[in-house]
Each structure stands twice: as C-alpha cells, then as structure tokens.
Design a protein around this ligand. Structure first.
Ligand code: NDP
Length: 285
C-alpha cells in the first residue's frame, strides 16, 4: 500500500504560513491583493476564480476580479491591462487564457509587469525561472508539485526525476525547479522511446501528459514517488475526473503517490496566493 500524498495537509500548512505573512504585512499597513483578469465567462475559469477568491479571503488577502466582455477590442484591452499593471494596490496578476482569437495575447502578456507576474505569463518571468532568479515566479502548477514534494519530505537532491510532458506551463519549468534542487532530471515527451522503461528507472516520476490513466503498472517499480498532475475526464466514471496515472495499477506498486482529485490540482490556488504574498513582500521591501 502506497502512502497517499494528499493535498489537504499541504494546503493547510501553506495557509497557516500565509496567514502569518499577511498579518505581518498588515502590521505595516499593506494588504496583499491578487488581480484576476478575465475575458468572457468560461466555466473552468469561473471555477478556478472561485477557488482563488476563497483562498485569498481565507488568508486575509484581497482579490479583485477585472471582467471584460469577449467583444473587447485590442486597444481597449491593452489599456485596461496597462492600468491594472500600474495599480499600486494590486501585487499579483493572473490573466485567464486563451484570450479570444481576435486579441493578440502575446502582446497583451507583455503588459503585465514582471514583478506582478505570479503565474509566469510573461517571457521575462519565464526567463527568471529558467535562469534561477528567485525573484521570478514559476507557473503555479509546477510550484504546487514542489510544495507537495517538500511537505512530504521527499528528497530531490541527487535523485532520478522523470518528468513526462514538456509544456511551458508544466513540464519544462518543473524540470528547472527539480534541477535547481539538484535532481537528475529526464524530460519525456511524445517521441520518447521506451517511455515505460524510462519511468521505471526514475525515483520520482511526475506525469503531466493530459491523457487519462496513460501511465500503467508497467511504468512503475517499488520505492518510487509518483506525482500526478493530470486532470482528465474519467473514461470509466462519467462526470468524474482522473489523472494521467492509472492509480489502481500504480498504487499497489509504488511507495508514495498523489491522488486525482485531491492532489496537485488542489494546491494551485494556494500557490497563486503565496506567490502574490511574496510579490507584495518584494514590492514593499
Ligand atoms: P500539454 O498538452 O501542453 O502537454 C502535454 C505534454 O505531454 C506534451 O509535452 C506532450 O509531448 C506530452 N505527451 C502527450 N502524449 C504523450 C505520450 N503518449 N507519451 C509521452 N508524452 C506525451 O499539457 P499541459 O502540460 O498543459 O498539461 C498536462 C496535464 O496537466 C493535463 O492533464 C492538464 O489537464 C494538467 N494540468 C493540471 C494543472 C493543475 O493545476 N493540476 C494545471 C495545468 C495542467 P509533445 O511535446 O511531444 O507533444
């Protein structure tokens, strides 16, 4: 039986730390604020926004949503994002993407000041992450994986870490964070040969593929730690969702495994708030 790496104790510990940090900032007359920029009203965005607002409130932070119609034009939206970026009271900015097709998202992202880029939406933010500059914020999901590994005291230094997925949102930045902590990192993707063998050789295996239950029992061996980033509709349980790892097959084999739901995905809003508090601390140092 593997140890289940649940999100709740991680999120609870993060919350306790954030409450203290927010109190310290309030003692100086500053309340950290997250600004969420949303165009339209996609259900997934609204769900995430609700979670972010709740987490902000729970730690004493503020959260302001800047909502725009899908018909907004480029000039008006550029002006809005520039104004939000300049607001002294907004310390961190999350902008939902993709934006509607008529908007030039690449250009709009550049208008987010890097010191407020708490989800790594800008190339300057990514450059900081990829050059080990601690003033840059990684995207929330890879940070959530690191929070989980740290909370459960899973050693990274010198360990073989296999990351399955090379997206800019998860796989690549996560590999950089593991490398920063002296992991020996292998990044896998759709052209990787003998993927089950490569995964079996890892001590920490992190799946960020986007394919339901793709990593079967033959990807794993005893003693491994498995972090499942995937969020997919569960083909076997309509209306539910599942990870990229076949949990029923992997769990009896490995040492530790994060579940879906109740794993990495449940820590991301806590990370978003933590990054905003860190941004606020740096802006007011
Ligand atoms: P992307 O689709 O951008 O990237 C998927 C990666 O998986 C690509 O690098 C792709 O390789 C690789 N891949 C696809 N098929 C295979 C295969 N058969 N074998 C090996 N590698 C493969 O997805 P994201 O990185 O955005 O997301 C990954 C997963 O994480 C999704 O399930 C998503 O829902 C979830 N997610 C969860 C979040 C959370 O908060 N928990 C947040 C963000 C994402 P290639 O580059 O060669 O195409």
């Amino acid at each position: 039986m593997a140890e289940i790496l649940k999100a709740k104790p991680v999120a609870d510990a993060m919350k306790a730390d954030m409450i203290q940090r927010v109190e310290a900032l309030k003692g100086k007359g500053i309340t950290p604020k997250l600004g969420i920029i949303r165009v339209g009203a996609r259900p997934d965005d609204l769900f995430y926004e609700g979670g972010a607002k709740k987490t902000c409130t729970g730690v004493g932070m503020e959260c302001e949503v800047f909502e725009y119609p899908e018909t907004i034009d480029q000039a008006a939206f550029e002006q809005a994002v520039t104004e939000i970026g300049a607001r002294k009271d907004v310390n961190g900015i999350l902008m939902f993407s993709p934006l509607p097709k008529h908007l030039n998202e690449r250009k709009i992202r550049t208008l987010i000041p890097v010191e407020k880029d708490v989800d790594c939406l800008t190339t300057s933010g990514a450059a900081k992450v990829f050059t080990d500059d601690a003033t840059g914020f990684p995207p929330c999901t890879p940070s959530a994986c690191m929070e989980m590994l740290h909370f459960y005291n899973i050693p990274i230094k010198g360990k073989k870490c296999v990351v399955v997925g090379r997206s800019l949102v998860v796989g690549k930045p996560l590999a950089m964070l593991l490398l920063r902590e002296h992991g020996t990192v292998t990044i896998c993707h759709s052209r990787t040969e003998n993927l089950p063998g490569v995964c079996q050789d890892g001590e920490i295996v992190i799946a960020a593929v986007g394919k339901a239950k793709m990593l079967k029992g033959n990807f794993f061996k005893a003693g491994q730690t498995v972090i499942d980033v995937g969020i997919n509709p569960d083909p076997d349980n309509p209306g539910k969702y599942c990870g990229d790892v076949d949990f029923a097959q992997a769990e009896p084999i490995v040492n530790k495994i994060s579940p879906v739901p109740g794993g990495v995905g449940s820590i991301t809003t806590s990370v978003l708030c933590k990054h905003t508090i860190m941004a606020c601390e740096m802006q007011n140092a």
